[in-house]
Structures are given as structure tokens and as C-alpha cells.
Design a protein around this ligand. Structure first.
Ligand code: SF4
Length: 389
């Protein structure tokens, strides 16, 4: 039996796409092995969101070739799409393939407790720092019936939580709220989670759907990027700090326990001390349950790469460190609300699971707990997880 290994870089949409490719190879009877092993076929799903992602994509290709020079190396994803000819020139032995990300899943989904379904592809927003719209193109959405079919197959194969993902999920064209309602009718599906949603595409109808559907996880990941209006405008983000704050207030009025997580892009061109302080101030007001911090790196082909007032890498590093301290502070603060209280987790692996509002819980569990909902009491709060009994 042939051995096949996968490597995925980048976002949840890419992970969903890799799962889809894996299920296809499963159908054909190949054995999936670890990427560090010698395989007959390597599939590398690349990312191009930053130049660092490009570098890591090339590194993975090099590694696959080194591990087995005779292997078939298939390269897909955003970087492969944008830099096809450069990649072929660098690595003449690779094959570049475009797997249609919205194709229906075949009848052999991999058994996973939390499974992604990619329901939307493409982005037409063109944030000034982002190359993704060039790689992914126009918005495409998966019809509701197709999502239901795929979700039913995943649940039959053992999935208990479905994560709806997309490149710009909020632009899903067939009504995201309706997708949540439909999915909630699936027996044996415990949870429905939404992956990242850009604030400019979140509607009250969607928030009400999450709040009013017991199976929908009260967790929303809403990239803020900056808390300064002039920087947000230079980023072409189409919202102000007040609009973002209004959105958070509305979410919390409907779901006081909602875990609200975000992305911050630190060191965007023109971000002086005042602008950075505005970001800190907004983080302090909102007290996110988790922050993902990225340092701006100029991406060739985007307007932000050509902007004046690029920030010194040393300053970016210092600011990033300040934000990491805030991350730790608010993560522990959020989880501490539940200290000594009973919470419910979905067990994803032996002794580990997530609450619906995205707190990772570690406990001494048994193997046959996997896929079950458990009520536990939080005993200790650590930075990235809690210990429970
Ligand atoms: S919304 Fe902005 S950051 Fe997100 S994919 Fe589109 S252009 Fe990139």
C-alpha cells in the first residue's frame, strides 16, 4: 500500500481543504503517514499570507524532496497558485495541483471529533496588507444542501462538532444563520462552531442565531487588527474602533459568556506610539478571551508594502511583547470566572477537551471518553489551559 504524507500551512480553510484531500486518498486506499516519515507521495498545502509563510512553504517542499527524492511531491494552496512558475523553476520535480476547495466530500471522511467544513472561498475585500484576494479570487459559497450532506457524513464517521470555515466566512452567500439552524437538526451532532468572522460582515441576525441555537458555540473570533482609526482606514478595514466596540457590546448583551477572540496586526506602517496606545486601550476595554498577535511584514504585491513609515523590526518586537503580556492577563482573567465552577467540555483526545467558549481543559481522562460531553469543575487556571476534575 502506498504511503502518503500531508503538510498544511495557514488558516482553518487550508486545514479543511487538506482534510478533504486526505479523505479522497483514503478512498483510494493509500496509508496516511506522518510528514516526517518517508512516503511515496507528499502533499503540501501552502500559504502566502506573509513572506514567512512563503518561506515555510518552500522549506516543507525541500524537506519532502530530501526525505524521499523519488517521491511524488504535490504542492497546492495559495502560494502555489500565486507563484506557480517560480516554484516550478525552483523545484522542477514538483507537481502543482489545484484542488477545488468547495468540492463535496467523498464518502470516507477521516474520523475526527471536531471537523471543519469549508463553506466559502474567496475574498473581495482587499485589506491593504493582504495578498489572499489575489490568490483566492472571487467569493464562492457552498449550497446549504451540500453542507448538510457533508455534515451528515462527518457525524456518521464520528464527528461531534462541526466548524464552518471560509476565507471570508461572513460573506457566505446563502445565509450563515440559516446554515446554523439547519445543522442544529442533525442528531448526534453536539456543537456547531464558526471560524474567524471579519467584523464588517457580522450581522445582528447572525449573532441572534448563535445566541438562540443551543448547539451553536458561544465563541466568536473577530479580527480587530488595530484599535486606531487612522490605521484601520489605511488597512482598508471599513470599520472604526467605536463600531467594533458596539459590535462587542451587542454580542455580550446577547451572550454574556461568549468567548471573544481576535487577531492583532502590530507594527503596520504609520503605527506610532499614539496609534499603538489606542490598540492597547481597546484591548483593555474589551478584555478578549484570547489574542493572536502577528507582526506586520510587507507582502510584495500589496499596497501596504509600498507605504511610507514602515516600522523598525525592533519596535515591532517590543510592541508584540507588550501585547503578549496582555494576552496572558486577559486569557487567565476570562478562564478564572469559571474557577471552582462546573463547565461542560467536549472530549477531543484522552484527558483533553474544549468548552464551547474555547477554553482548553486538561483532566485525567479515560480513552473511552473521547467524543463525549463531560461536566467537570475547574481547579486551576493556567495561561493556555485549565486543569479540571
Ligand atoms: S478580509 Fe482582508 S484580511 Fe481577510 S482575506 Fe480578505 S483581504 Fe485578507
Amino acid at each position: 500500500m502506498k504511503k502518503i504524507a500531508f503538510f498544511t500551512l495557514g488558516c482553518k480553510a487550508n486545514q479543511a481543504q487538506t482534510e478533504l484531500i486526505k479523505s479522497r486518498y483514503g478512498v483510494r486506499g493509500a496509508r496516511i503517514v506522518d510528514f516526517r516519515e518517508q512516503a511515496d507521495v507528499y502533499v503540501i498545502n501552502t500559504c502566502t499570507v506573509t513572506e514567512d509563510a512563503d518561506r515555510k512553504s518552500r522549506q516543507a517542499i525541500r524537506r519532502a524532496i530530501r526525505q524521499n527524492p523519488k517521491a511524488k511531491v504535490i504542492v497546492t494552496g495559495c502560494y502555489a497558485k500565486l507563484e506557480k512558475s517560480n516554484l516550478i523553476e525552483l523545484f522542477p520535480q514538483i507537481m502543482i495541483q489545484d484542488f477545488s476547495s468547495l468540492a463535496p466530500r467523498p464518502s470516507y471522511p477521516p474520523p475526527r471529533i471536531r471537523a471543519n467544513i469549508m463553506i466559502q472561498d474567496g475574498c473581495e475585500h482587499f485589506c491593504s496588507y493582504c495578498i489572499v484576494p489575489h490568490a483566492r479570487g472571487k467569493i464562492k459559497s457552498k449550497p446549504l444542501e451540500q453542507i448538510m450532506e457533508e455534515a451528515n457524513r462527518l457525524v456518521e464517521a464520528g464527528a461531534k462538532e462541526i466548524v464552518l470555515t471560509g476565507i471570508n466566512l461572513g460573506t457566505y452567500e446563502f445565509n450563515l444563520a440559516a446554515a446554523i439552524f439547519r445543522l442544529s437538526s442533525i442528531k448526534n451532532l453536539y456543537r456547531i462552531r464558526l471560524s474567524s468572522l471579519e467584523p464588517m460582515y457580522i450581522t445582528k441576525e447572525l449573532i441572534n442565531a448563535v445566541a438562540g441555537t443551543p448547539k451553536a458555540c458561544q465563541h466568536l473570533h473577530i479580527p480587530l487588527q488595530s484599535g486606531d482609526n487612522s490605521i484601520l482606514s489605511a488597512m482598508n478595514r471599513n470599520y472604526t474602533r467605536d463600531k467594533y466596540l458596539d459590535l462587542i457590546h451587542y454580542i455580550r448583551s446577547q451572550m454574556p459568556d461568549c468567548g471573544i477572540t481576535t487577531d492583532i496586526l502590530v507594527g503596520f506602517p504609520g503605527e506610532g506610539e499614539n496609534e499603538f496606545q489606542n490598540t492597547i486601550d481597546l484591548i483593555n476595554q474589551i478584555r478578549f478571551s484570547r489574542l493572536h498577535i502577528f507582526s506586520f511584514s510587507p507582502r510584495k504585491g500589496t499596497p501596504a508594502a509600498e507605504m511610507p513609515n514602515q516600522i523598525d523590526p525592533k519596535v515591532k518586537k517590543e510592541r508584540s511583547e507588550i501585547l503578549h503580556k496582555l494576552r496572558a492577563k486577559y486569557m487567565t482573567e476570562f478562564a478564572s470566572r469559571y474557577l471552582s465552577k462546573e463547565i461542560e467540555i467536549l472530549v477531543e483526545q484522552n484527558g483533553e477537551g474544549l468548552t464551547e467558549n474555547y477554553i482548553r481543559i486538561i483532566y485525567s481522562g479515560k480513552e473511552n471518553d473521547i467524543g463525549k460531553l463531560h461536566k467537570l469543575t475547574i481547579k486551576e487556571v493556567k495561561e493556555d489551559f485549565c486543569l479540571a476534575k
